[in-house]
Design a binder for this molecule. Structure first.
Ligand code: C2E
Ligand code: CA
Ligand code: CA
Ligand code: CA
Length: 273
């Protein structure tokens, strides 16, 4: 009862103040983290469902501010996006991913590596040049690179996205639409842009056994993808039942805790042996 007797406006604004202070603190810490190399790229394998083999891995950013604490990308990526820190951070990830591909080669690990690219990076007109020059400098075959973009940037920023995607396609980089099925209702961009894969969001996969609506949406995505000659990757597969459902309906690939959690490079190399 005490809580409700408080002046709600004051309560709200003091709350807002601490939230923005916390954000500011996090921003300067993140700036430092980039400089101090407290960031790591973890790898999660992606399986081809018909052969059961690992064909790809997704690079997922991790931040370890101290030896035994970590902050998840769901917390710091949005802040990096809002503050523009995503530009240096994104470049760091691109460089790291290319370096990882050269390490894969040394270990005879012949798979693709997918990286997440956020909306603000897509609007950076130097993004393509940076990817191209980094891949060339490190001797990375561009066909080994995949970019994961959310559909929002393709709809809101259509002309820029089209130019970028065409250049990437020409170079051999493949494109996956991330979080598919959660965002925009417009699907017409799928017709005009050089897209290779749709990644079905985890939120649609998690209740696939029990929720008929989710199942219907997943089946509709799979049917549409077949017609458009797009391959589907299911994200967040946690059970054998989910895997079997996806396999039965000809989903091309899957990723999730059922197979493996994201892991650091050394563990990933051991996992691949
Ligand atoms: P996302 O791209 O949709 O990545 C999938 C998320 O689901 C990852 O969370 C992954 O660890 C998690 N996941 C995979 N399989 C399972 C599963 O079976 N069960 C459950 N519960 N979770 C699963 P993570 O690593 O915390 O990343 C969160 C988000 O942060 C990513 O979502 C992506 O949007 C963003 N992100 C991560 N790394 C980067 C990056 O390098 N650049 C950018 N721009 N964004 C990134
Ligand atoms: Ca992703
Ligand atoms: Ca997702
Ligand atoms: Ca995402």
């Amino acid at each position: 009862a005490k809580l409700f007797s408080q002046d709600p406006i004051q309560f709200y604004s003091s709350d807002l103040k601490t939230a923005s202070e916390a954000r500011l603190r996090l921003e300067s810490q993140l700036r430092e983290a980039i400089a101090k190399e407290q960031l790591q790229v973890y790898l999660q394998p992606i399986y081809d469902l018909s052969s059961g083999r690992i064909v790809k891995a997704e690079a997922l950013l991790r931040w370890f501010p101290t030896k035994d604490s970590s902050i998840g990308p769901d917390v710091f990526i949005p802040i990096a996006e809002q503050t523009g820190l995503i530009y240096p951070l994104g470049k760091w990830v691109i460089t790291k991913v290319c370096e990882l591909l050269t390490v894969f080669k040394q270990h005879n690990i012949n798979i693709k590596l997918a990286m997440n690219v956020s909306p603000r990076q897509v609007s950076d007109r130097h993004l393509f040049e940076f990817i191209k020059s980094t891949a060339e400098r490190l001797g990375v075959d561009a066909h080994k690179l995949e970019l994961e973009l959310t559909e929002g940037v393709l709809v809101d920023n259509y002309n820029k996205a089209q130019k970028l995607l065409n250049s990437l396609r020409e170079m051999g980089v493949t494109i996956a639409i991330d979080d598919f099925g959660t965002g925009y209702s417009s699907l017409s961009y799928l017709k005009h842009l050089p897209i290779d894969h749709l990644k079905i969001d985890r939120s649609l996969i998690s209740d696939i056994d029990t929720n008929e609506d989710d199942r219907a949406i997943v089946l509709a995505i799979l049917a549409m993808a077949t017609q458009l000659r797009l391959k589907v990757i299911a994200e967040g597969v946690e059970t054998m039942e989910q895997q079997e459902f996806l396999k039965q309906h000809r989903c091309a690939s899957a990723q999730g805790f059922y197979y493996a959690k994201p892991m650091p490079l050394e563990s990933f190399i051991a996992f691949m042996k």
